[in-house]
Design a protein around this ligand. Structure first.
Ligand SMILES: [Zn+2]
Length: 205
């Protein structure tokens, strides 16, 4: 029988081993706790899951919460690469983390108004956020509350576009400075207007 009490060296060795192991065990326990938090998040908060799955690197995400396009992400409407036009990027982000990017608000609206054609298999109700780039601040803002100017002297990558603004003050300023013809809310944009913009026409109503 081996009795550590009868062997001071063995006893000493045992206790120093236990000390050496303790930090490792503590870090294992912390990791375990984080894992548990992750599981709880998965169950109770689907937004948290989206935020985690969209991007592990916060620099890939705008302050508004939409991801940045990668270099090879193409616009589902025209096929151009939105990353090449940072001042015009619009993004539709879904709850499952998938995002589609556009080289301007006009193509984003075409997509939203004809999802059967441009977003096969996806539904409006699965969209988490829609971001457009504010003309003056060139920052991503909520597309649903933005105001859009049609018929100005400012052209986007796809020609005549809807120019997004954060608020009425900026939109009015832009209308004056750039000969804007119409000011629209998100809900007022129609496919007819978008197709007219493609032809360089601005319907008055
Ligand atoms: Zn496009």
């Amino acid at each position: 029988m081996c009795n550590p009490d009868n062997n001071p060296d063995a006893s000493h060795q045992l206790s120093s081993n236990a000390k050496a192991e303790s930090p490792e065990r503590r870090s294992f326990m912390i990791r375990g706790l984080w894992g548990l938090c992750g599981c709880v998040g998965l169950i109770v908060n689907s937004d948290m899951v989206v935020a985690q799955s969209v991007s592990a690197d916060p620099s890939d995400q705008t302050p508004f919460g939409t991801p940045m396009p990668h270099d090879r992400d193409s616009c589902p409407v025209c096929g151009m690469f939105p990353a090449r036009y940072p001042d015009w990027i619009a993004t539709v982000l879904y709850r499952d983390g998938h995002a589609d990017h556009f080289d301007g608000a006009k193509d984003m609206f075409k997509y939203l108004l004809d999802m059967e054609k441009y977003a096969s298999g996806r539904k409006q109700q699965d969209i988490l956020r829609i971001g457009v780039t504010d003309y003056y601040a060139t920052a991503r803002i909520d597309a649903r509350t933005a105001l859009y100017v049609a018929g100005s002297d400012v052209l986007g990558p796809m020609g005549h576009d809807l120019i997004p603004h954060l608020d009425r003050f900026d939109a009015d300023e832009f209308m004056k400075d750039h000969k804007g013809q119409r000011l629209l809310t998100f809900q007022e944009v129609t496919m007819e207007l978008l197709l007219a913009l493609d032809r360089g026409e601005i319907p008055s109503q």
